[in-house]
Design a protein around this ligand. Structure first.
Ligand code: CDP
Length: 806
């Protein structure tokens, strides 16, 4: 080799493959304001739709008069449930096996529910006319408290299913009951509690929150009557699912529906399901023969589309007196709002909640979840979470702290004692999940060392003494959380959506000049997929990442996929991408062998080429092989260089992390300052460390928002009191703390490149870490469980309840 010839390492670096902090290619258009979002789409003759919504949370609809609205100049049509009934679309199926009103049919069951849809020449006319739709209501008693939903005299929320004894997930025990779902071994868990030295039982509440993406939900529907084809642009996290569900609901043949998800400004679970706005825009386009755009405003987004959490988790831990956890029980009431529109894998009404044993080796455990109807908006989505993992992580991490406090053990020491040990992987939990890989002690040790945990505890002790002496009004809290996620839905044996197995796909075409395109069934909402999938291909195929275009969000061109949510893109489509590359590589190897006149077994792969074993001077680069694939393939071989892979993962992946947070709480104002937040994440093989860091910063910021202030709150009459950003806390750069990030790398043994998902980890681990920190600040005064969100008012109230203001 002459000195000028680049080494393998130099060639590898030029590819910008896995492990490289490649700059995000999508940012070139985003930072110049050249993104193409749904609201950028303008079609000739396009109309605009807007909703008339219910001011009541629960009321009978006696009469709807659309005359005044229809008479407004510029209004083209007004649609009500009666119109929708003519096309059998007054109600729609939900992903959870329930049905949901598209427009109010006889009654309204939550505030701001859609009552009529006004279609006009422009948005302002539609909005003004929507105000003129006259609705006569008869108010009904309402209930927004899930713990009262199954009381004997609770108001009947769903008259359509009142007498149904069976729901989509088995027997119902009350007219407001949706389902009961259980996992684990109840007898074993009860036996562990009977024998325990120490037990704790605490109601741990994860309030209703909302993903609140910057861009609200929206669509443009355009029906071509001549061809019988529907084109639907929308903010869809799962475009193919929208196409299939759209076909089933509308009866338009699936091949005549084109779903396009252009650039999306954040999803976080909010854009997985189907909303009345989509149905109404489609029907409006069919009725008027013109394209129709529907765009939610902020209040509509926060108060009507896809809430998250709302889990009331009575959590119990059993332990020996020296701190070994022996049992776990959790009884949860899940508030599903007025319709069960949860976006879960179909067989899992409480999602993956049975990951609640977390990172700990707990021999016996049982959970039971009752879903109930209330007069609140439907949803139940995984807000930066994998199907209720966040709720599970919050329950176990708060409960572990409460138990440590009872045992008078340090929370780190207590966790260390119970963490699953490295040699136990693959580890089967008491709920039957097989955790693929982990090295928890190393991660927690690294976290503890890096933040100087022992010193912090010494400082805290001193401050507590000073507080008792009246020398300071500030309390220092140290929060610890160790979480395990379950992401990558999913193995088809576990997961499906309405019967469609949860696999995912990638199709790669390499062009003659050695560039190419990769099309996928996932859809980025800001995660940088165009950058990172190309990095996987660069490493697998030895072609520069810059030579690969990544395209998502078009059901006409992409192979069928189940979309992006629950951090599934890397575990599932990342694997499909690698597997498609390997098919291409195998073909390229045959072509190389033919060109070099050797047996393909005599070749070995070296970064970007196949070379002859023992004679590295004889090689064919992948770029040369791409040309040859269209030019001189071996006799009998098909020309071209492309492959498609549908990947059904053998298991989920189980990322984990150790987080530590330090807060200073002013007991007189309740104000809480985050002094430090350290996050160590392990997501297996890291594709792009810069993007991972960005994902963690974003997820921690959302976790900070949730833990410290977010709540979709209802008053007793069912009014949403937090439906705008004046009242719903969305942290800006001003409030957001500084994040310290770190990592360990424990590859997944079953994933082709060893990668696990990461996008949601910081939200899953961050929320309990903040909450544990605030609780820790007050713990030495005997307080055990201050509920979220930890805004100034609630923290001040906690101090008041402890008598600190006397
Ligand atoms: O499904 P979603 O894209 O939301 O989540 P993800 O699979 O965790 O990926 C989020 C982003 O982080 C993507 O751009 C991934 O390529 C990147 N990532 C990475 O660089 N390395 C990993 N091990 C996991 C994700």
């Amino acid at each position: 080799m002459n000195e000028m010839t680049p080494t393998s390492a130099e060639r590898a670096e030029k590819l910008q493959g896995m492990g490289c902090k490649r700059k995000r290619v999508e940012d070139i258009r985003f930072v110049q304001g050249k993104g193409n979002y749904v609201d950028d789409i303008k079609l000739p003759g396009m109309l605009y739709g807007d909703f008339t919504r219910s001011p009541h949370a629960h009321a009978r609809v006696k009469k709807i008069d659309t005359t005044k609205a229809a008479a407004v100049p510029g209004v083209v049509a007004v649609i009500t449930a009666e119109t929708l009934k003519t096309v059998n679309l007054a109600w729609m199926p939900t992903l959870a096996g329930d049905v949901q009103m598209v427009l109010a049919d006889g009654k309204v069951v939550f505030q701001n529910q859609e009552v009529a849809f006004v279609i006009a020449e422009d948005r302002y006319t539609a909005a003004d006319a929507a105000e003129l739709v006259e609705v006569e209501y008869e108010a009904l008693q309402c209930n927004v408290d899930p713990l009262k939903a199954m009381a004997a005299n609770a108001p009947v929320i769903r008259e359509d299913v009142k007498d149904k004894k069976e729901g989509a997930h088995g027997p119902r025990k009350h007219y407001n009951h949706v389902f009961n779902w259980q996992a684990g071994d109840k007898a074993a868990a009860d036996a562990a509690f009977a024998k325990a030295d120490v037990t704790i039982k605490e109601m741990i509440v994860y309030p209703r929150v909302h993903p609140c993406p910057l861009e609200t939900c929206q669509c443009v529907a355009s029906f071509d009557k001549i061809k019988g084809e529907l084109t639907l642009w929308g903010t869809f996290q799962a475009p193919h699912v929208i196409r299939t569900v759209g076909s089933l609901i509308s009866k338009i043949p699936e091949h005549k529906i084109h779903v396009i998800a252009p650039d999306i400004g954040g999803g976080f679970g909010n854009k997985v399901g189907a909303y009345p706005g989509y149905i109404c825009a489609i029907v409006a386009s069919i009725v008027t023969g013109r394209p129709v755009k529907w765009v939610e405003d902020r209040i509509e987004n926060l108060s009507t589309t896809a809430f998250a959490r709302d889990f009331y988790m009575e959590t119990e831990i059993a332990a020996t007196k020296d701190g070994k956890v022996t049992g776990l029980r959790c009884y949860t009431v899940a508030d599903h709002g007025a319709f069960d529109a949860c976006a879960n894998a179909t067989k899992w009404p409480a999602g993956l909640f049975s990951i609640i044993s977390g990172s700990y080796d707990i021999p016996a455990a049982h959970v039971s979840v009752d879903g109930v109807y209330t007069n609140k908006a439907p949803g139940g989505v995984a807000y930066r979470c994998s199907f209720r993992v966040t709720e599970a992580a919050y329950a176990i991490e708060r409960a572990m702290d409460i138990m440590a406090q009872k045992l008078r053990m340090d929370p780190v020491e207590f966790r260390m004692k119970n963490l699953i040990r490295r040699e136990q992987f693959p580890y089967t939990s008491a709920f039957g999940w097989v955790y693929d890989s982990g090295d928890y002690q190393t991660a927690l040790n690294k976290a503890v060392e890096t933040v100087g945990y022992k010193k912090l505890r010494v400082e805290q002790k001193k401050q507590q003494e000073a507080f008792k002496r009246g020398e300071t009004r500030e309390l220092m809290g140290i929060g610890v959380a160790f979480f395990t996620e379950i992401v990558g839905a999913g193995p088809s044996r576990n997961c499906d959506i309405l019967g469609i197995a949860m696999f995912d796909s990638a199709e790669i075409r390499i062009h003659p000049t050695g560039t190419g395109i990769c099309r996928l069934g996932t859809k980025s909402q800001g995660q940088g997929h165009e950058t990172t999938y190309a990095q996987i291909i660069a490493t697998e195929l030895g072609l520069p990442a810059d030579n690969i275009m990544v395209e998502e969000g078009n059901t006409d061109t992409a192979p069928y996929g189940l979309g992006t949510y629950g951090s599934r893109s890397t575990p599932v489509s990342g694997a499909a991408t690698a597997m498609a590359c390997r098919k291409i590589k195998a073909k390229a190897q045959m072509i190389a062998a033919y060109m070099l006149e050797v047996h393909d077994d005599d070749l070995e792969w070296d970064v970007d080429r196949f070379r002859l074993k023992g004679n590295p001077e004889r090689f064919k680069t992948m770029t040369e092989l791409a040309w040859a694939a269209y030019h001189e393939v071996p006799p009998g071989m098909e020309p071209g260089l492309e492959a498609i892979n549908y990947y059904d993962p053998p298991n989920f992946t189980f990322p984990f992390g150790a987080y530590i947070c330090v807060v200073d709480v002013d007991v007189d104002t309740g104000s809480t300052k985050v002094r430090r937040f350290y996050a160590l994440d392990d997501c297996g093989t890291r594709i792009n460390p810069m993007i991972i860091e960005g994902q963690i910063h974003g997820g921690l910021t959302e976790a900070f928002g949730i833990a410290m202030g977010q709540e979709i709150h209802y008053d007793e009459d069912g009014n949403v009191t937090t439906a705008s950003l004046m009242d719903y806390f969305l942290p800006t750069a001003v409030e957001t703390p500084k994040w310290e990030t770190d990592w360990t790398t424990t590859p997944s043994p079953h994933h082709p490149i060893g990668a696990k998902g990461v996008g949601e980890s910081p939200n899953v681990g961050g929320v309990p870490c903040f909450s544990n920190a605030v609780n820790d600040a007050f713990g030495f005064l005997g307080s055990t469980n201050i509920p979220m969100p930890h805004d100034n008012w609630r923290t001040w109230t906690a101090a008041e309840n402890l008598g600190l203001h006397k």
